[in-house]
Design a protein around this ligand. Structure first.
Ligand code: BES
Ligand code: MN
Ligand code: ZN
Length: 486
């Protein structure tokens, strides 16, 4: 998919040279242009959120052009999320009609969200198809080449930020969609290298199997034992400035989760190529944060490995020692995410992070509890989780906090070792997974985001049901907040 160029123009929206112009229609309001208002009066153009009507008008330079009338609901209720939804509806229509250049007359305060909704909606992953595009549709080929956001009080930085963040989210979706025979741990480390090479203040460190073991990461080592494909611990350090606390972003990147010796059933196992979604979001968010030159310090830690059964795989009952000295009984090799995160969280703490967010497709149970609408949030710190909740609201990547409690913590105590990675019974299994992780962050304020339900299979109109890149927008927003940006 070729990049769509994005620009901001502060002049009058109707002066655009785009082939398709978008006008916002709010409930209870009339359009200034009498010809367009006629469509509203006739009831053909509707103000409901996500409605799109098509008209034509004379273009300033001669000839005719398309006008899309986009419903945005009530003006006083407009927020970024609604703008993303409306932009996606418009983008879908523009694609269907064969628009090459699109210009939005942007209502106040949602310019960035309009860019996000458009770019996210037009994402496609067809690099393995011989015939590009949606072969079952009769949509015109080519697609949108440019997006303009126009308005009198436009903030060009907001438009640029929307572009950078949406591009990063789409890049995360690419990493998710790539199959595990392409996007293996070495490939992810290669992508991290590309990202680091693009920014002076980003520094990369990659640990291989031997150095992971030599560092004392017995839990990560145990998960990687079964695979012949080399694991990688990917560490990106961004030093853009000293504002706010030193942030630590940790992302689970199991490039394929078979379950290991505790083998998963075959149905839908192919979806386990998405088990690296947390790591993908962390890597691409770092690219966006560095591109935006936010004056903060962030350390990203992404443990990448396959989880495979083999003659040299970890077996149920095996006991290992994690980086922080805690011992773990591995009673289910399919509870591998918490093992690689255990060492990665401890590693981040060792490297001085002061606030942690980890993203992980950790438990099937979170899909049962929250579906694809909210990610699960778990935390040891009310203030920090409060900030993460605010960031989630602002970005439309919703999160809902679930409780931790000493009674849940008791469930992950081991019989023969300090901890059990998979307590028997399935009581509160998303929470017990979080309680397990809590053992590796010490006193550092930490939020675990379980994205098993939101990383793919969602229903948000601008991302659809495929890989979503969930988490990129929230991580960038957290870095912006740390930087003190409004
Ligand atoms: N990657 C899975 C969680 C998952 C399942 C994500 C389905 C998305 C869709 C994770 O490694 C896993 O297998 N978790 C187990 C834990 C259990 C063995 C304690 C689970 O949730 O069943
Ligand atoms: Mn698993
Ligand atoms: Zn997994």
């Amino acid at each position: 998919m070729p990049d769509i160029t994005v620009n901001a123009r502060s002049g009058a929206p109707e002066e655009t040279s785009a082939d398709t112009r978008v006008v916002a229609l709010f409930e209870g309001e009339e359009l200034a242009d009498a010809q367009l208002q006629e469509l509203v009066s006739l009831g053909e153009a509707k103000p409901g959120l996500g409605k799109v009507a098509t008209d034509r008008e004379d273009a300033p330079g001669g000839g005719r052009r398309r006008v899309l009338i986009a419903g945005l609901g009530k003006r006083e209720e407009l927020d970024s999320e609604k703008a993303r939804v409306a932009a996606a509806a418009v983008a879908g229509k523009a694609k269907e009609l064969g628009s090459v250049s699109l210009s939005w007359a942007a209502p106040d305060g949602v310019a960035g969200a309009l860019v996000e909704g458009t770019l996210l909606k037009l994402y496609s992953f067809d690099r393995f198809k011989s015939k590009k595009g949606d072969s079952d549709s009769d949509e015109p080929e080519g697609g949108l080449e440019s997006l303009e956001i126009a308005g009198p009080d436009l903030d060009p930085d907001e438009v640029e930020r929307g572009r950078v963040v949406a591009a990063a989210q789409n890049a995360a979706r690419d990493l998710q969609n790539l199959p595990s025979n392409v996007a293996d741990p070495t490939f992810l480390a290669g992508r991290a290298e590309e990202i680091a090479a693009g920014h002076d203040d980003l520094e990369l460190e990659v640990l291989d199997r031997d150095s992971i073991a030599a560092h004392g990461m017995g839990a990560f080592t145990a998960v990687a034992k079964g695979t012949d494909n080399e694991p990688r611990l990917i560490v990106l350090r961004y030093r853009g400035g000293e504002n706010g606390p030193h942030l630590g972003f940790v992302g689970k990147a199991v490039t394929f989760d078979t379950g290991g010796i505790s083998l998963k059933p075959g149905a839908k196992m192919s979806e386990m190529k998405f088990d690296m979604s947390g790591g993908a979001a962390v890597l691409e968010a770092m690219d966006a944060i560095a591109s935006l030159r936010l004056p903060v310090t962030v350390t990203a830690v992404v443990p990448a490995t396959e989880n495979m059964p083999s003659g040299h795989a970890t077996k149920p009952g095996d006991i290992v020692t994690a980086l922080n000295g805690k011992t773990i009984e591995i009673n289910n090799t399919d509870a591998e995410g918490r093992l690689i995160l255990a060492d990665s969280l401890a590693y981040a703490v060792e490297h001085g992070v002061e606030r942690i967010v980890n993203l992980a497709t950790l438990t099937g149970a979170i899909i049962i509890a929250l579906g694809s609408t909210h990610a699960g949030l778990f935390s040891n710190d009310d203030d920090w989780v409060g900030e993460v909740e605010e960031a989630c609201k602002g970005t439309g990547e919703l999160g809902w906090r679930l409780p931790l409690h000493s009674e849940y913590a008791d469930l992950v105590k081991g019989k023969y070792a300090d901890l059990d990675n998979a307590p028997e019974g399935r009581k509160a299994s998303s929470i017990t997974a979080a309680e397990f992780l809590k053992n590796f962050v010490g006193e550092v304020p930490w939020v675990h985001i379980d994205i098993a339900g939101t990383a793919w299979g969602g229903t948000r109109p601008y991302v659809g049901s495929g890989a979503s890149g969930f988490g990129v927008r929230t991580l960038v927003e957290l870095a912006r907040r740390a930087a003190g940006r409004p």
